[in-house]
Ligand binder design. Sequence first.
Ligand code: NAD
Length: 295
Amino acid sequence: MKILVTGGLGFIGSNFILKLLRESDDFEIVNVDAELYGADKRNLSEIKNNKKYEFVKGNITNRHLMEEIISKCDLVVNFAAESFVDRSISDANPFLVSNIRGAFTILDIITKQKKRMVQISTDEVFGSLSSGTATEESKLNPSSPYAATKAAAELLINSYCVTYDSDVIITRCTNNYGPRQFPEKLIPKTIILANQEQKIPIYGKGQNIRDWIHVDDHCNGIMSLLLDGKSGQSYNISGNNEVDNTTIVKKILDVMGKSEDLVEYVEDRPGHDFRYSMSSNKISKELSWKPKISF
Ligand SMILES: NC(=O)c1ccc[n+]([C@@H]2O[C@H](COP(=O)([O-])OP(=O)(O)OC[C@H]3O[C@@H](n4cnc5c(N)ncnc54)[C@H](O)[C@@H]3O)[C@@H](O)[C@H]2O)c1
């Protein structure tokens, strides 16, 4: 079975590709990545000579290229996206291009070629929840330009599923952590700065709450859904680890034996969502998925 993975040089895509190749001989992978922000070739250097892996430097908005590649693949998993919320606040345009136009390009092609696509979306599409937990039926209510582009892609996909019966599954996941994460993200950044005895900036009062899941648990969920998820459905994937930012940073400092004085509270991100929360009951019930790695 040949799987097209887009954005495979990034954090989650690279972990997904390595997992597929490590755990089964059944898969061949084509990775299309434009080497934009978040990409790191070193993430997949260990498989660069693997006969079951092919890298194509290309943009998912390139219709001609994507038509050709998708025609040779059985399934598509679309990780490719501009993924840094702060950058979407400085300039949203690249987010519209990759996250909406790019996702749409793949959607339209897989519909015409009758292939299956998994769209990797995010808990951020539900916006900030002061209480309660989002289910798959909850209202999309994105706050940041990043989240709005991910929600827009979801709406296009839903319209195609209704209109053309496209074979697409949407996954929404909470905050991932694990190997190959970009050093600007909270957990790797804290470790790197603490190691250098440098101040660790935390937005606002550090009370914002995120749910954390190990990237390997996320990839397990995607794999199950790719093979056995119900077409036209969305599935939330969460780790049941809702923690505020200050608690995470202080825990890392404690484990590293560093002083809490390294914490420095800085001006908050505009429109910073206070809390994300999702239930993953649906994927647990339908596919017996559950997170295995404790936070
Ligand atoms: N990191 C998280 O915690 C998290 C949580 C939920 C959902 N997601 C979603 O998972 C996906 C992957 O996230 P990540 O953290 O691995 O991101 P990342 O930024 O590490 O990687 C994204 C990759 O996509 C590539 N890319 C971007 N636009 C492209 C385009 N137009 N054409 C081809 N390649 C392009 C980049 O070059 C990069 O290699 C994204 O869709 C993101 O929205 C991430």
